[in-house]
Ligand binder design. Structure first.
Ligand code: SF4
Length: 456
């Protein structure tokens, strides 16, 4: 088996996508070659997620499939599941090397030798990092690039395993963020998603917050890229949406009119039990209404948990009613799943599985109806801007994060291109769009030469 050929599998969130990209670029720089085919790899990197029991079950299934496809490959397991599940998985998959999330950056030096690194239930996430981990990217595996600006979290929401796997918050310098986005735009990407584990903790202890970062990055890049490329924000805590957020979003020239909120619940008592009592339904409704003054139409997504321990029928109804009042364009709804070592796993009042699922189904129905209503409003817009996907260049995503289907190919356009298009009608929660005749002027082909006086 060619030991110098590797394959990557990324599970979980955008941050994992970003860190996989940083590792693939580092391994390529060490002379290894990536293959799309796991059967041809000597080393298989599996970047895992532990956010739900379903994510861990998916990891096991993926490892079984990879071991079947390529029994001779060395499996390198990292990510949030490596610490607690690595030793057990190493017994099931002989030769698997488990590298806990806290040591993921060590993989930048290349694939580790055989033999598991220390990991195990209850092991600390490693020494608290003093600075942002040395991950950086020059590209992305997808049409919309992820740029990681923050890692870790110290909030300790009762259900969440992330603080145990990733440790406390660390933030990236604004100049490094702006430089990376600039390089991605210059290399042909037309959208960068500013992402973190908890953007509410960006700049904690450094005298700045996420809005300061956004203002600085937008000011640095807008003179060159406004109208040609864009920024999107990954998940925000609802409490971040104060006057400063509105001012920053109102002044920004690159930011897509779309926010994704980590709501989790909108029943005040459930939020308090979750350790998220710092916001409530009235504040969220007010902040979202205020956003209307910044963006006449904006996409709005939400993460919501159903069946958190002790969630009563009445509390669920509060969440359902509050969500129905929000102009959601979509929602990611998950039945609560206990994670080992978290406070909520030991709480009384665990909600039976079928009830959690039924609540998730009801909430998804509300979100889907809202998504269809949003698409009808978006269909009345004179124009949208669509980033074309890899794999199917007639599919893309608008600035509002609405899935779009082109009614005909955009002349000369390619994946990653930013195409201007006229909505031709709503299709479920998506849009059919017709490319403008000159839609390829915002091509994603890399720029010819970089001006030496570029601000980044
Ligand atoms: S804010 Fe809460 S949910 Fe988000 S990563 Fe931190 S502990 Fe987890």
């Amino acid at each position: 088996m060619p030991a110098r050929r590797f394959h990557c599998l990324t599970l979980g969130c955008r941050i994992n996508q970003y860190e996989t990209q940083a590792l693939r670029e580092a391994w390529a720089a060490h002379g290894l070659a990536e293959t799309d085919d796991p059967a041809r790899a000597g080393v298989i990197l599996v970047n895992s997620c532990a956010v739900t029991a379903k994510a861990v079950a998916g990891l096991r299934a993926a490892l079984r499939r990879l071991a079947r496809q390529n029994p001779g490959a060395r499996l390198v397991l990292t990510g949030c599941a490596a610490r607690d599940h690595g030793p057990e998985l190493a017994r099931s998959f002989p030769g698997l090397v488990a590298v806990p999330q806290a040591r993921k950056a060590e993989l930048l030096a290349g694939p580790p030798p055989a033999g598991a690194l220390p990991a195990g239930p209850g092991a600390p996430p490693g020494p608290a990092p003093r600075s942002f981990p040395p991950f950086a990217v020059r590209g992305a595996a997808r049409a919309r690039a992820v740029v990681m600006v923050q890692d870790g979290c110290s909030q300790r929401c009762a259900y969440c395993i992330v603080p145990l796997t990733r440790g406390g918050p660390v933030s990236r310098e604004p100049g490094a963020v702006a430089a990376e986005v600039q390089a991605l735009f210059a290399a042909g990407w037309r959208e960068a998603v500013l992402s973190g584990i908890n953007l509410r903790q960006y700049g904690l202890g450094q005298g700045r917050d996420f809005w300061d970062l956004l203002a600085e990055v937008d000011a640095a890049l807008a003179p060159r890229w406004a109208g040609r490329a864009r920024l999107r924000l990954s998940s925000l805590d609802p409490s971040q949406l104060g006057p400063k957020a509105l001012d920053t979003l109102g002044a920004a020239r690159l930011v897509c009119p779309h926010l994704h909120l980590s709501l989790q619940s909108l029943a005040p008592a459930v939020l308090r039990r979750m350790g998220r009592g710092h916001y409530g339904p009235e504040g969220v409704a007010r902040a979202v209404a205020d956003l209307g003054a910044v963006w006449p139409l904006f996409g709005l997504g939400a993460d919501i948990l159903t069946g958190f321990p002790g969630e009563t029928d009445e509390e669920f109804r509060q969440t359902l009613a509050a969500c129905a009042m929000l102009p959601l364009s979509y929602a990611h709804v998950f039945p609560y799943s206990p994670r080992p070592g978290t406070e909520a796993a030991g709480m009384p009042g665990q909600v039976p599985g079928p009830e959690k699922t039924a609540r998730a189904t009801a909430l998804r129905a509300v979100a889907q109806a809202a998504g269809r209503a949003f698409a009808r409003r978006a269909a009345a817009l004179p124009e949208v801007s669509v980033i074309l996907e890899y794999g199917d260049p007639e599919r893309g995503v608008s600035e509002h994060f609405t899935p779009c289907r082109l009614t005909r190919p955009a002349p000369g356009a390619a994946p990653r291109d930013l195409v201007r298009a006229r909505p031709a009608g709503a299709r479920g929660a998506g849009l059919a769009v017709t490319p403008a005749p000159d839609s390829t002027t915002q091509s994603a082909r890399p720029d010819g030469g970089e001006p030496q006086d570029d601000p980044c």
